[in-house]
Design a binder for this molecule. Structure first.
Ligand code: PXP
Length: 247
């Protein structure tokens, strides 16, 4: 099993905190640079349609200053496609988006939207962006993702984490097994496999131990934990748990 597994740090919630006061602090770019210094392999930022956390100027600043790849999360809309084609970030991760949700709640229904998504992905891939689709651990969606021309799928770990947090360990285990099967299936289809959403120190290890999972994207927990530990030590502890899980 490859020991190396990348950690992408999602800085959206530094922007959430900044926007709560309407000023300039805390600065998501500063958090991104600190995350890089603490060993993040990449930075993830989600420019939502309603700009509730990350804003266009944050993407400009990140593109100009990062030394690691930017994973640009976005909905599959014309507006976002134009922004991505202007910036040409290393990676684009397509996610479903609803204005009323607090966070990205489910995976993309790639199977139901295959034709549109194939046409949406093609110009991004031609521009050199590694396109990833955020999907539930479901074979139909993985097959459709490969057909749509995605290079990567990011498996949604939200349900696994929610069951764990609710103390429903049998359901968490069942969801974990679904993720493990899906990671194998996706790799067999030739897709690179990532995972993320809701991961914490308590839930990361089994997911990090999956041999096919090349990258984890983690945000909310790390930004929350950094209130207590500082961002660098919070990230360092996450890395330690990931590395231990892969030994
Ligand atoms: N991966 C994707 C595709 C996401 O949409 C998010 C949330 O923005 C994450 C990972 C990170 O989730 P969390 O902030 O819960 O760690």
């Amino acid at each position: 099993m490859p020991i190396e597994q990348r950690l992408g740090v999602n800085i959206d919630h530094v922007a959430t905190l900044r926007n709560a006061r309407g000023g300039a602090y805390p600065d998501p770019l500063r958090a991104a640079l600190m995350a890089e210094a603490a060993g993040a392999d990449g930075i993830t930022a989600h420019l939502r349609e309603d700009r509730r956390h990350i804003r266009d100027a944050d993407i400009d600043a990140l593109m100009g200053a990062l030394s690691t790849p930017l994973n640009f999360e976005m909905a599959a809309t014309k507006e976002m496609q134009a922004i991505a084609l202007r910036h040409k970030p290393h990676a684009v991760c397509l996610v479903p988006e609803k204005r009323e949700e607090r966070t990205t709640e489910g995976g993309l229904d790639v199977a139901a939207d295959l034709y549109r998504l194939s046409n949406f992905i093609a110009p991004l891939a031609e521009a050199g962006c590694r396109v990833s689709l955020f999907v539930a651990a479901d074979e139909r969606q993985l097959q459709a993702s490969a057909q749509a021309g995605a290079a990567v799928v990011e498996l949604h770990t939200g349900a696994y984490c929610d069951f764990h947090a609710a103390g429903n360990h049998p359901a968490a285990e069942e969801e974990f097994l679904r993720i493990a099967r899906s990671a194998r299936f996706a790799a067999e289809l030739g897709l690179e496999v990532h995972a993320g959403h809701g991961l914490s120190y308590e839930t990361v290890s089994p997911i990090a131990a999956l041999p096919e999972v090349a990258e984890l994207n983690i945000g909310h927990f790390l930004i929350g934990e950094s209130v207590f530990l500082g961002l660098g030590p919070a990230i360092a502890e996450m890395r330690r748990l990931m590395q231990n899980a892969r030994r």
